[in-house]
Design a protein around this ligand. Structure first.
Ligand SMILES: Nc1ncnc2c1ncn2[C@@H]1O[C@H](COP(=O)(O)OP(=O)(O)OP(=O)(O)O)[C@@H](O)[C@H]1O
Length: 284
């Protein structure tokens, strides 16, 4: 059977026109049938297409040379492409004229202007966001520094006699005599947890000059706590320091505050082996 070009091709015996917008990819297809199976070779403007394909990643042949594949389109690919199809019985030469259209100058200018405007808007937006974040962060840092400054020194001049100590506990100073080094504290199991804190059993070395370790309950903020929780714990510590020791209360033994700027504050109190009083005497 003589070779015949199938209608799914975009070449034809009378010739077709293929218009492509640069730089988009395109295909020239020459699907054929015939027996024996026809052999296909391509010509561009009368010259073997192998000259274009050689050392060129942009152009390739596939599907038994039925497809001529261009990964991008530039003016140099414009021209007449003939698909030379032959077997023992016959020979045909369908073809296509490829026209590559570039972006017009006006279109190009409009595209550049639009992209520039979008870029300027996005860039300004990013700068505004960045400055706002930086300002907030600086403000937060300044606040934290101020709070830490007053954590140690307090601000007793500002104490108001009309208010209770609980209402202005943040103005009380921290007493460094309560400071316990981190390496002297060995944490154990969790004893319980409150609304924002948790309490762990611990062994504390060198507490008040004692040689044997002291059992203590260590109160600290829960994981993922925020500044308000830390401030509440600071208030609790300052009130305990202010109250001093008493036989009928769970006394403060010490505190680990050297990492407070990283949000770590541990309050060491006497360990109560029967736990929460409310659970022992619910009626109280
Ligand atoms: N000194 C302690 N000895 C033994 N267990 C303790 C001690 N302190 C606290 N616990 C245990 O840890 C739990 C939580 O203690 P925490 O002081 O945080 O509780 P809370 O005061 O009830 O809570 P909140 O912080 O919400 O006021 C208690 O219910 C108790 O079981």
């Amino acid at each position: 059977m003589a070779p015949r070009v199938l209608s799914s091709s975009n070449v034809s015996l009378e010739g077709t026109e293929i218009t492509v917008k640069s730089p988009f990819p395109f295909l020239i297809t020459c699907y054929v049938e015939g027996r024996p199976k026809p052999k296909i070779t391509w010509l561009k403007d009368g010259k073997n297409v192998d000259e274009i394909i050689e050392n060129n990643d942009e152009v390739s042949l596939s599907d038994d040379n039925q497809i001529l594949d261009f990964k991008s389109s530039t003016k140099k690919y414009e021209g007449k492409y003939e698909c030379n199809v032959e077997n023992r019985v016959g020979h045909i030469q369908p073809f296509a004229n490829v026209i590559i259209e570039g972006l017009s100058n006006t279109n190009l200018v409009i595209t550049i202007v639009i992209f520039t405007i979008i870029f300027i808007i996005l860039f300004s937006f990013v700068i505004i966001l960045f400055n706002k974040n930086k300002k907030n962060k600086n403000m937060r840092n300044d606040m934290l520094q101020l709070e830490l400054f007053f954590f140690r020194r307090g601000n007793v001049d500002k104490l108001n006699k009309e208010c209770t100590i609980e209402e202005q506990a943040e103005l009380l100073p921290y007493d460094n005599a309560f400071e316990v080094k981190r390496e002297n504290i060995t944490l154990g199991k969790q004893l319980g947890a409150g609304a924002f804190g948790r309490v762990l059993l611990a062994q504390v070395k060198d507490l008040n000059g004692k040689e044997s370790p002291t059992r203590a309950a260590v109160k600290m903020c829960k994981f993922g706590h925020d500044r308000a929780h830390l401030l509440a714990l600071i208030m609790e510590l300052k009130i305990m320091i202010h109250l001093g020791k008493h036989l009928n209360i769970v006394n403060l033994l010490g505190a680990h505050t050297s990492n407070i700027d990283k949000g770590e504050l541990w309050i060491l109190v006497e360990y109560c082996k029967y736990g929460n009083l409310l659970e022992v005497h619910p009626e109280s």
